[in-house]
Ligand binder design. Structure first.
Ligand code: ATP
Ligand code: MG
Length: 663
């Protein structure tokens, strides 16, 4: 079979380089779609040769439609305009809830694990979910919400968050979930941008041993948002809050009084489902608009394959529903498969750093999906936190959000997966709606730091700066996608020009991801970081991820970030910000610098050695846990008068301390 025509995968080379790759895990393969590498290629080949037939068959086989489509796909990247399943009619909640009632009505749809491990966990069956979503949908209607209206949801990870999302989808309202760790001003900006009529929130939230005054934040935000007519408030922490007469209502009594039957609104496949703002690592957040039919098909199909979900498995994604990962892989993808999805209210460090593993044991979690930032934080701690728990239920591990460095990958593989659970390193974006490049567990051999191969239907291309596609292997470039896929965002909310300019203008007829990637000798992809972060030193293009990976390999290093700063001779030079593990803190800093530099020289090359290495207590991060390199760039360039939009910054206090220690 000639695979190379379809996605650059070189089977001949693969087997030659096989020893470099992690072993193929032996699977238990009943009831599963893509079973092995050979089958992946068959499926992939079909998805590229006949994309419309490919997606049509999946859509027909796995979902409930009120009316079939006239046309599978219509697209033009120059406008850009993409339509999947034109004129098809459906309601996504029928697919996520109603159709499972007969066969799985009494099975848990959601397992909810509270912040405090002394509080009882909840198992919400499909029948109960149906009831709650219908009641909630009726409450929305009673408060004047109609199809197409925007509803802002600012809730902690409590069941009402999932109910709220699905209730909106039930009646065709467009939800805009804002992560409940954002500030009042970030919330106000998003509420205004989406022009929301309603806000759904809680009195407060628990976060480890702290409580957060959510309602207070909402009140402050709404001072700037006069068009929000109604605020529904979930009682969670029983705090004293002020309720504004006529505007604010407690949710629970309204739910209890509402009917538990709400006919689903029949939606067009291309009707909007939700707006979600990107996490804001790079600048002003963009309100990505996702539509109904294609999003459902893609998230459900990827979920099933990438997590190898089998009947009765318990799946846990630790993300917050406030991010795309939570939308697609806590709510819609799992529920469309009739899966059991775990929602966790708390944080990995409460009551101690063993909490994740305690939850895995308690609920016998089979698939566990988290982010590199969490893995690195936990890997810093004593292994006792892991070893106390029985993790034998785990079958598949996942990571998303940032490039995962090699050391963290091995820690995850050895200590959590016990070297028997494949790690799916899933690359994707808010804009892509679903996972784009990832191993298929038990089929694609994994390789640390590599997202490996494109999912069926995804046609990646690496582009050079002149706009030409770079063919062949052992190359790197800007990562683009050449062909539409069902769950791609259709526009930036009320700013189609920005959508076109950001994603479709850099390379003709291609979606530009903003990320850089390399393709190795067999055709596996590795994401090297954001293209904006690529640093050109003495004419060499250096991605941040491989350098940080080399630094993090040093036993004294916990985490690091590399940025460029202007240099008279080289054009740019590198500046490294490095957090040490406790064990490294007492060491001589000059020696450490030398060792780190040596490690970079060995692993990446001497050109990648930073001019400056500053040891820091912490790194500025977004609330989704990603390093905000644009702030570090300003600090490295000694240009700290205006740090730009910092409303999405998790830990502003570390910025000050880094500035004080600048070299
Ligand atoms: P903004 O677009 O506002 O700057 P963001 O890009 O951080 O925010 P997301 O859509 O949540 O918002 O994140 C997508 C980005 O995260 C990708 O473009 C990529 O840079 C990074 N990413 C996600 N998954 C992976 C992965 N598995 N490996 C490497 N990088 C990843
Ligand atoms: Mg982005």
């Amino acid at each position: 079979m000639d695979c190379s025509r379809f996605n650059n995968f070189r089977k001949d080379r693969f087997y030659r380089f096989f020893h470099l790759y992690n072993s193929i895990y032996t699977p238990n393969m009943s009831n599963y779609h893509i079973k092995n590498l050979e089958e992946y290629f068959q499926v992939y080949r079909k998805s590229v040769r006949e994309p419309e037939n490919f997606w049509q068959e999946i859509a027909e086989e796995h979902f409930v439609w009120r009316q079939k489509w006239d046309k599978v796909l219509d697209w033009d990247f120059s406008k850009p305009e993409v339509k999947w399943f034109e004129n098809a009619k459906l309601n996504i909640t029928e697919n996520c809830i109603d159709r499972h009632l007969l066969t799985k009505g009494d099975r848990p749809a959601i397992i909810w694990e509270p912040n405090d491990n002394q509080e009882e966990a909840l198992k919400i069956t499909y029948k109960e979910l149906h009831k709650k979503v219908n009641q909630f949908a009726n409450v929305l209607k009673d408060h004047g919400i109609q199809k197409g209206d925007r509803v802002c949801i600012y809730l902690p990870m409590i069941p009402e968050l999932a109910y709220a999302v699905l209730a909106c989808a039930r009646i065709g309202a467009i939800h805009s979930v804002v992560f409940a760790g954002f500030s009042a001003s970030a919330l106000a900006t998003r509420t205004l941008d989406a022009d929301c009529k309603m806000m759904i929130t809680a009195d407060g939230s628990y976060r480890g041993d702290k409580t957060i005054d959510l309602k207070g934040i909402v009140d402050k935000a709404l001072d700037q948002c006069p068009d929000v007519e109604t605020v529904l408030v979930v009682k969670r922490i029983e705090s004293e809050i002020s309720m504004k007469e006529g505007r604010d209502h407690w949710l629970q009594p309204l739910m209890e009084a509402a009917s538990d039957e709400c006919e689903p609104e029949i939606m067009d496949a291309e009707d909007p489902l939700f707006i979600l703002y990107t996490s804001g690592s790079t600048g002003k957040p963009k309100g990505m608009l996702h539509t109904t039919g294609g999003y459902m098909v893609y998230t459900a199909y990827t979920f099933k394959n990438i997590f190898n979900y089998q009947n009765n498995d318990v799946y846990w994604c630790t993300a917050d529903i406030g991010w795309i990962t939570g939308h697609s892989y806590i709510v819609y993808g799992p529920l469309a498969n009739g899966a059991t999805t775990l929602m966790f209210e708390g944080v990995p460090s409460y009551p101690d750093y063993g909490r994740f593993w305690e939850v895995v044991e308690k609920h016998q979690v089979n698939q566990f999906y988290t982010a590199p930032t969490a893995i690195r934080a936990l890997a810093k701690k004593n292994l006792d936190f892991v070893e106390k728990y029985d993790l034998s239920s785990l079958k598949v591990l996942g990571t998303v959000g940032e490039p995962i460095n090699e050391e963290a990958w091995h820690w995850y593989d050895n200590n959590i997966g016990k070297s028997k659970s494949p790690i799916v390193d899933t690359w994707w974006q808010t804009e892509t709606g679903g996972i784009m490049i990832s191993p298929i567990p038990f089929a694609t051999p994994t390789k640390p730091t590599f997202a490996t191969l494109p999912f069926p239907g995804i046609q990646p291309a690496l582009m050079d700066e002149e706009g030409k596609e770079i063919k062949g292997n052992q190359v790197d470039g800007r990562l683009c996608i050449k062909y539409p896929w069902p769950s791609m965002a259709r526009t930036v909310w009320r700013d189609h020009d920005r959508y076109r300019d950001t994603y479709f203008s850099a390379f003709e007829n291609k979606y530009f991801t903003g990320d850089g990637a390399l393709r190795d000798e067999v055709g596996y992809y590795r994401i090297t970081g954001r293209v904006d972060d690529v640093i050109i030193v003495s004419g060499h293009n250096l991605g941040t991820a491989p350098i940080e990976d080399a630094i993090n390999e040093h036993p004294a290093v916990a985490e690091s970030a590399i940025v460029g700063f202007p240099h008279d001779v080289k054009g740019n030079a590198l500046y490294g910000f490095v957090i040490l593990k406790e064990a490294g803190e007492s060491r001589n800093q000059d020696n450490l610098r030398k060792e780190i530099n040596q490690q970079i020289a060995d692993k990446v090359g001497p050109i990648a050695k930073p001019d400056k290495i500053q040891f820091v207590e912490g790194l500025p991060k977004t609330r989704s846990g990603k390093i905000m390199r644009r702030i570090l760039r300003k600090i490295a360039s000694k240009d700290t008068s205006d740090l730009g939009d910092t409303s999405t910054l998790l830990n502003p206090e570390v910025v000050e301390s880094i500035i004080e220690g600048t070299l």
